[in-house]
Design a protein around this ligand. Structure first.
Ligand code: ATP
Ligand SMILES: Nc1ccn([C@H]2C[C@H](O)[C@@H](COP(=O)(O)O)O2)c(=O)n1
Length: 223
């Protein structure tokens, strides 16, 4: 198999970004963080005064920003209208509003087209991570992985990252965002029927990376 397309989906904090970047770097593949794209369009809506709870207004603005993703796994980038958005998209305000914006069908259509065109132009293949990659964006991906972990493990990981944030509040926020992402009508967070589920609760990040690398190598060997 010359080029390989790997879809990695799962709830928040299961290790999708860390795993996807490391696997892509190790195998010489491109890397795409689709959550960053939904965050970028949400940041644009906020900075342009769009009421993110008004789905009609969000829908009519969905085509306006130009979002560009850099796919080098050792230096992923994201710009909105030429401005580096990698910092602003990680704020608490964006995190709290991204589920509402990403539930709007016009937003999903726009971002899905962008994701498919990036995947199609990745010369050596790509690891694409998100919530609906295996089910909707790239249903013909060569390998689909669905990462899971207990809410407690995910909250502990995130609190560590946020330097002492309250674990209970972090857990509640994760659960709330997952519920919104799983219950939206258009391409909700879901495991594809043909995805391999990997529960990372008891695994180190290194073990998860090795597991996914092995699965990719097995696919390549069988092709
Ligand atoms: N198996 C693991 N064991 C311990 N910590 C982990 C593991 N996997 C990831 N982490 C850590 O958990 C945190 C969240 O990981 P990461 O950002 O990769 O998750 P994610 O699924 O991409 O989250 P989100 O969907 O919210 O962007 C990071 O600090 C990462 O280093
Ligand atoms: N394929 C995707 C990726 C992400 N989203 C939405 C839902 C998430 O809550 C949000 C932020 O993603 P994160 O940066 O936490 O991975 O973006 C989606 O709907 N579909």
């Amino acid at each position: 198999m010359e080029s390989v397309i790997v879809a990695i989906d799962g709830p928040s904090g299961t290790g999708k970004s860390s795993t996807s970047k490391a696997v892509a770097a190790k195998l010489g593949l491109s890397y795409l963080d689709t959550g960053a794209q939904y965050r970028a369009i949400t940041w644009w809506m906020i900075t342009n005064g769009v009421d993110v709870d008004d789905a009609d207004v969000v829908a009519s603005a969905a085509g306006k920003p130009t979002i560009v993703s850099g796919t080098d796994p050792s230096h992923p980038t994201i710009t909105v209208d030429g401005v580096d958005a990698s910092g602003p998209i990680r704020t608490q305000e964006v995190t709290s509003k991204v589920s509402a914006v990403s539930a709007v069908p016009e937003v999903r259509t726009r971002i899905t087209e962008l994701q498919r065109s990036i995947a199609a132009s990745a010369e050596h293949g790509i690891v694409v991570e998100g919530r609906d990659i295996g089910t909707t964006v790239l249903p013909d991906a060569d390998l689909k992985i669905f990462l899971t972990a207990s809410p407690e493990a995910r909250a502990a990981r995130r609190s560590g990252e946020l330097k002492g944030a309250d674990v209970h509040a972090t857990r509640e926020a994760l659960i709330k965002r997952d519920a919104a992402d799983s219950s939206r009508k258009t391409s909700p967070l879901a495991k594809a029927d043909d995805a391999v589920e990997v529960d990372t609760t008891q695994l180190t990040l290194q073990q998860v990376i090795e597991c996914v690398v092995t699965l990719v190598e097995e696919k390549r060997a069988a092709a």
